[in-house]
Design a protein around this ligand. Structure first.
Ligand SMILES: Nc1nc2c(c(=O)[nH]1)N=C([C@H](O)[C@H](O)COP(=O)(O)OP(=O)(O)OP(=O)(O)O)CN2
Ligand SMILES: [Zn+2]
Length: 125
């Protein structure tokens, strides 16, 4: 593998706690009832490090963008967040990718997990 084939990826994460319900199948599943989780969101940005700065993207800029998402999600009822009416892990990944991809053209993945119950989704953008 040549140097050009090697990709550099940076990862930044944030945690949030939120409530939701998934009521498309209210008869069969307990999660149609309102309940909450602790979530972790990770964003992966790929690119060549800028030769002067030595970084792909400043973690400070990624942190600012994640702080905006944190504000939109933390301690919210996710079903009430615009665009997240069916708040599965899959849809939270897509929602976050839509918010981030213009600002970070190198956005490669969004991962959202519920570490305490071992569930996660990885969206390759
Ligand atoms: N593919 C997906 N499947 C499920 C999702 C999802 O986002 N993507 N989400 C859920 C619910 O959020 C559910 O609350 C997850 O909890 P569960 O797996 O049931 O685990 P818990 O520990 O919270 O539930 P207990 O019943 O207390 O064990 C379901 N599926
Ligand atoms: Zn749930």
């Amino acid at each position: 593998m040549s140097e050009e084939d090697k990709a550099m990826r940076i990862v930044k994460s944030m945690n949030f706690d939120a409530a939701h319900f998934l009521d498309h199948d209210p008869e069969a599943r307990p999660y149609a009832r309102l309940h909450g989780h602790s979530f972790t969101m990770e964003v992966v940005i790929e690119g060549e490090p800028d030769p002067e700065a030595g970084w792909v993207v400043d973690f400070g800029d990624v942190g600012e963008a994640l702080q905006e998402l944190h504000e939109a999600l933390d301690h919210r009822l996710l079903n009430e967040v615009e665009g997240l009416e069916r708040p599965t892990l899959e849809n939270i990944c897509r929602w976050a990718a839509e918010k981030l991809k213009t600002r970070f053209p190198g956005l490669a993945e969004v991962r959202v997990s519920r570490p305490s119950i071992g569930e996660s989704c990885v969206f390759t953008v």
